[in-house]
Design a protein around this ligand. Structure first.
Ligand code: FES
Ligand code: FES
Length: 153
């Protein structure tokens, strides 16, 4: 066991982990931040995406110890003062979710996408969200949501 420390959603946290503990396990099991989902064991689904030092990251592909000192944001850290983040609001407005299992990872990836490309066209959105799998929506409303958020809501 080793102790890992990082900032998660603006708060300093630490916990004891094994060398093999994944960041997603640390978030879910040590910190009880269960909004970050695990949808596969092959790094394909994107349900586990969080932001690490401002970049989207599949948290199942990173060891907790590798996040030592990092600034991590999860889906729980987006809403401020009871107000949804504009990307969350856009998903709601455009019915960009059905079962919601993929949604936290999809929203985290979409925020990073728009931060790096503020005016993405449909093809760009589809390409850049390729690492996030949704079994329900057919993606159409997700693309609309990202476009709405990119245009400022
Ligand atoms: S849980 Fe599927 S990519 Fe991380
Ligand atoms: S809303 Fe069900 S998997 Fe995307």
């Amino acid at each position: 066991m080793a102790t890992v420390s990082m900032t998660v959603n603006g708060q300093a946290v630490s916990g004891d982990v094994e060398g093999r503990t994944l960041l997603v396990q640390f978030l879910r099991e040590n910190l009880n931040l269960t909004g970050t989902h695990v949808g596969c064991d092959t790094s394909q689904c994107g349900a586990c995406v969080v932001h690490v030092n401002g970049d989207s990251m599949k948290s199942c592909t990173m060891l907790a110890l590798e996040a030592e000192g990092a600034d991590v944001t999860t889906i729980e850290g987006l809403a401020k003062g009871g107000e949804l983040h504009p990307m969350q609001q856009a998903f709601k407005d455009n019915h960009g979710l059905q079962c919601g299992f993929c949604t936290p990872g999809m929203v985290m990836s979409a925020i990073d996408l728009v931060a790096k490309n503020p005016n993405p066209d449909e093809a760009t959105i589809r390409e850049q969200l390729e690492g996030n799998i949704c079994r329900c929506t057919g993606y159409h409303n997700i693309v609309k949501a990202v476009q709405q958020a990119a245009q400022g809501g």
